[in-house]
Design a protein around this ligand. Structure first.
Ligand SMILES: [Zn+2]
Length: 444
């Protein structure tokens, strides 16, 4: 490949706090009647004062801690000014130069560390709905989402492929779910993704290879991991074509078009100065004590990567099993509960893992104790010895002399008949391969 992609990512995660970021309106807006979860604060009415949501701030810091960030003891909110109809105040309360979390990283399975530049807290905007009313095209505004706590997680331009981006996103989604701070439901817009992509020559020599390309193309508000991959692939192709003509792609913001997996230009990228950031005068700066941060850190549960490693080490599970079982915290907890109960019956973690994975157990309807019982019942099948099985097979063959005749005549399908008969007698599931071998031995 002549060019190497340089990809960074901004992810917005909506927190699942009860109330909004700066007022007491319910943040649970999904599917609610428009403009029913509003008040003077989140409608941006004159004189209304914001009061920060403590829980949201703590959760933001916990996301940062889970991503190995430093938490500066001093932080503040800023106003990001821009005009858009879904932004009632004409500015968004966000964080500019003093975010809650900085300098973290997330490790991919390859061992590569993706730098996390910052994790900061802000508020969501309202939602524009474009509809036809009485034959006319109109834009309607729903402010239910206005002021819902939003955490923005920004990475360094460390990704080189769409696959790396996808893995990062899956891990990030898993982490916020483990923390219990967001449902990270893509379909509900709980997680919104903005990759920025540029290309540089692959063969650039070491001295300049760390230099970033002179432009950056950002693709806005994508709501699925698959679409991010498609947007990245499309941009790599599009930018390669421009570079091949000896030109440089322009720095801009583009939108993803689902129907043909392409991107279209939306606007030439703003600089930070266009937003006229300044400190939010209605919210005093925040100061943490080291103890407070330590305390927040101590509340973080064991995270997926650690859990996967522990399952491999302590429960002697293969990597693939560990990964499947730790995909969701609820499954991992369920597995460990069953392992604990199973120990009393000499069941190994592997037996329990096999059962959960292979039989696709619905853990919401089967209690761990019930699962252990099922594993025990099914493992009893192995208690039927080969000798016992042979005895049963002999009896069947004696009762059905034609079977042996048919088999000698080349009709191997009769084995299936004997298997059925054995199963009928023992009424238990057994390894049919073992059974088949035993039958063939008897028939010889
Ligand atoms: Zn409100």
């Amino acid at each position: 490949m002549k060019y190497k992609a340089v990809i960074g990512l901004e992810v917005h995660v909506e927190l699942k706090t009860n109330s909004k970021m700066f007022c007491s309106c319910s943040a649970d807006y999904f599917g609610q009647k428009p403009n029913t979860h509003t008040c003077p604060v989140c409608l941006g009415l004159p004189g209304a004062l914001p009061v920060p949501n403590k829980k949201a701030i703590e959760w933001c810091v916990q996301i940062g801690l889970a991503l190995n960030c430093n938490i500066p003891l001093f932080s503040k909110f800023d106003r990001k000014n821009y005009f858009y109809p879904d932004l009632p105040k004409g500015y968004q309360i966000s964080q500019y130069d003093k975010p809650f979390c900085v300098n973290g990283y997330l490790t991919l399975t390859s061992g590569k560390k993706v730098g996390v530049t910052r994790v900061h807290m802000e508020e969501d905007t309202g939602k524009l709905i474009h509809e036809k009313v009485s034959g006319e095209n109109v834009s309607l505004i729903d402010f239910n989402r206005s002021g819902v706590p939003l955490v923005e997680i920004v990475t360094e331009p460390d990704f080189e492929t769409a696959e790396e981006v996808k893995e990062y996103l899956q891990k990030l989604q898993q982490i916020v779910r483990y923390l219990g701070v967001s449902n990270a439901d893509m379909e509900k817009g709980n997680m919104r993704l903005e990759p920025n992509i540029s290309l540089r020559l692959s063969n650039q020599q070491s001295a300049i290879s760390n230099q970033l390309p002179p432009y950056k193309v950002e693709v806005k508000n994508i709501n699925s991991f698959a679409f991010v991959s498609k947007a990245i692939d499309y941009e790599i192709k599009r930018q390669t074509e421009i570079l091949e003509k000896g030109k440089t792609p322009i720095q801009e913001t583009r939108g993803f078009v689902e129907k043909n997996s392409s991107t279209v230009s939306q606007r030439v990228k703003e600089e930070a100065s266009d937003y006229r950031y300044f400190p939010e005068p209605d919210i005093p700066p925040l100061r943490w004590t080291k103890e407070q941060i330590k305390n927040l850190k101590s509340q973080i549960p064991e995270l997926p990567d650690k859990k996967t490693q522990r399952f491999e080490k302590n429960h002697l599970l293969p990597r693939t099993d560990s990964i499947i079982l730790t995909r969701e915290k609820i499954t991992a907890d369920y597995f460990e509960e069953a392992v604990k109960l199973g120990k009393n019956h000499d069941l190994t973690p592997k037996q329990i893992a096999n059962f959960i994975i292979n039989r696709k157990i619905d853990i919401t309807t089967t209690l761990p104790a019930e699962l252990v019982k099922e594993v025990l019942n099914s493992s009893k099948k192995e208690e039927i010895s080969d000798a016992e099985l042979k005895k049963i097979i002999k009896e069947i063959l004696e009762k059905n002399p034609k079977v042996a005749e048919d088999y000698k005549a080349g009709k191997t399908s009769v084995i299936q008949f004997v298997i059925g008969q054995v199963m009928y007698i023992i009424r238990k599931k057994i390894d049919t391969e073992v059974l088949r071998k035993l039958i063939m031995e008897e028939l010889k």
